[in-house]
Design a protein around this ligand. Structure first.
Ligand SMILES: Nc1ncnc2c1ncn2[C@@H]1O[C@H](COP(=O)(O)OP(=O)(O)OP(=O)(O)O)[C@@H](O)[C@H]1O
Length: 208
């Protein structure tokens, strides 16, 4: 369901990423492991359609991302891809619930408060629904972002260094949560890391 072919990316004429082929089947959980600067964030941004690769092709659920642009790409991303990136992209002036409703709107889905609250409940953060992003602790913000990423039942979840700067206990909890949630939604999960602590939780590890 996920396929990447002959992918290459350059920043200012410097090749930072070059991958011949990568595939994942539905529900597979994959760790992208590499040192700082090896290109993990670049790859995840390309997979999310946020960055256009210099060359190559990315297909998600049978759709070649390069065939989508503008609103169609936004809608595809919103409905098929759950993103847990280092920047949370939560809108500061909207409360948590409104941020989730916005995510439904962006995906072209009906705006349904109950579904949003349910998603927050699954991550144990329904109590912060009325709070603004700046009023959340880091752990709460991370759970809210995961709840939002899962809201529209994506077929693929992309998490960029979700355990960066977390202690061992929280690292375990976040990875457990991501794996569990991906499993229950039968979503394909890609997690990038340079954190050796989480390698054992994944059956497939791709080294950069
Ligand atoms: N916008 C940009 N313009 C120029 N070079 C960039 C840009 N973004 C990233 N790079 C370079 O591309 C390379 C890969 O960066 P990237 O952020 O993808 O790596 P990473 O593996 O995610 O690193 P980290 O683990 O530190 O987050 C690095 O050498 C970085 O300096």
């Amino acid at each position: 369901m996920f396929q990447l072919q002959k992918l290459q990316h350059q920043y200012e004429n410097r090749i930072v990423l070059s991958i011949e082929e990568m595939q994942a089947s539905q529900g597979e959980q994959i760790l992208l492991r590499g040192a700082s600067g090896s290109g993990k964030t670049t790859l995840l941004h390309i997979m999310a359609g946020l960055l256009k690769p210099t060359a190559g092709k990315v297909s998600i659920a049978g759709t070649d991302l390069s065939t989508l642009q503008g609103a169609r790409l936004d809608q595809f991303r919103g409905s098929k891809i759950g993103m847990i990136f280092q920047q949370t992209y939560l809108i500061k002036t909207l409360n948590v619930l409104e941020n989730l409703i916005l995510a439904q709107y962006m995906a072209g889905k009906p705006q349904n408060k109950k579904v949003c609250i349910n998603s927050l409940e699954q991550l144990n953060v329904a109590h912060v629904a009325k709070q603004l992003p700046e009023q959340l602790s880091r752990g709460e913000a991370q759970r809210v972002v995961i709840a939002r990423a899962l809201l529209n039942q994506p077929s693929i979840i992309l998490a960029d260094e979700p355990t960066a700067s977390l202690d061992d206990k929280n690292t375990e909890a976040v990875i457990e949560m991501l794996i569990q949630q991906a499993q229950s939604h039968n979503a394909t999960l890609f997690v990038s890391t340079h954190d050796g602590r989480i390698v054992n939780r994944f059956s497939k590890v791709i080294n950069f």
